[in-house]
Ligand binder design. Structure first.
Ligand code: CA
Length: 253
């Protein structure tokens, strides 16, 4: 399995450095950003497994980053780092979709314990997508197969299934070849192998085109110069109860 990649968004340099050092020493791959805007950009540009997010940040505050990020990354684990330890901030952070909250100052040991705990709860990035449907055909991610409208079934390889899983989990954004390499193949630092992604997608498409026969479906859209997106007009069937509704009580203050 590829090394887990963690993005640290924190404007205070000594803290950011310290946190990144601790993470690297513990075997994680650490990325860093010093303000909310570049943090959000970085979270969207890279395949990350966890976000450590400060609340008081220049350019875009942590809560805004979290709200924006949840639109495209509903299940990405997020731990808030903050000097504010008040109950209200804590409740607000958790109700906005953070998975945990660490109050500064914290020890390396405490931070790592929280990181490990959150990653354990989301071992493989819980993925709510079960099936993708279009034109009477269905890509079944649990069974790794495509069931065509005519009744034929074609098996999907593990990689092909993972490509679909990742595109469907992020339907609102373009997925770069680098991100697919990182997510599907676990290759984090190679630009040389992106052609392998194109080859897989080409093969996958021709398999799908043949089976779809009379009612063709655009399963995967190529975005020129950028990467791939899930095709439009498809229906994504999600597993329910993966993301339990947050019932955080607030007193309205
Ligand atoms: Ca700060």
């Amino acid at each position: 399995m590829a090394r887990r990649r963690i993005l640290v968004v924190e404007d205070e340099e000594p803290i950011r450095r310290g946190v990144c050092d601790v993470l690297r020493m513990a075997g994680f791959d650490a990325l860093e950003a010093a303000d909310g805007e570049s943090g959000l950009k970085s979270a969207r540009a890279h395949a990350i497994d966890l976000l450590l997010l400060d609340l008081a940040l220049p350019r875009l505050d942590g809560m805004e980053v979290l709200t924006e990020l949840r639109k495209t990354h509903p299940t990405l684990p997020v731990i808030i780092l903050s000097a504010r330890g008040s109950e209200l901030d804590r409740v607000q952070g958790l109700s906005q979709g953070a998975d945990d909250y660490v109050v500064k100052p914290f020890s390396a040991k405490e931070l790592l314990a929280r990181v490990e705990a959150v990653l354990r709860r989301c071992p493989e990035r819980p993925d709510p997508v079960q099936r993708i449907e279009g034109g009477g055909h269905a890509v079944d991610l649990d069974r790794c197969e495509v069931r065509f409208a005519e009744g034929e079934v074609a098996p999907l390889s593990e990689m092909e299934t993972e490509i679909f899983r990742h595109l469907a989990a992020n339907p609102a954004r373009v997925i770069t070849r680098e991100e697919l390499l990182a997510r599907v193949w676990g290759i984090n630092d190679s630009k040389l192998e992106t052609r392998a992604v194109d080859m897989h997608i080409t093969r996958l498409r021709s398999k799908l085109v043949t089976g779809c026969g009379e009612s063709p479906v655009n399963w995967i859209t190529t975005v020129r110069g950028k990467g791939y997106m899930m095709g439009s007009g498809l229906t994504v069937i999600r597993r329910d109860s993966v993301e339990p509704q947050q019932n955080v009580e607030t007193d309205g203050s």
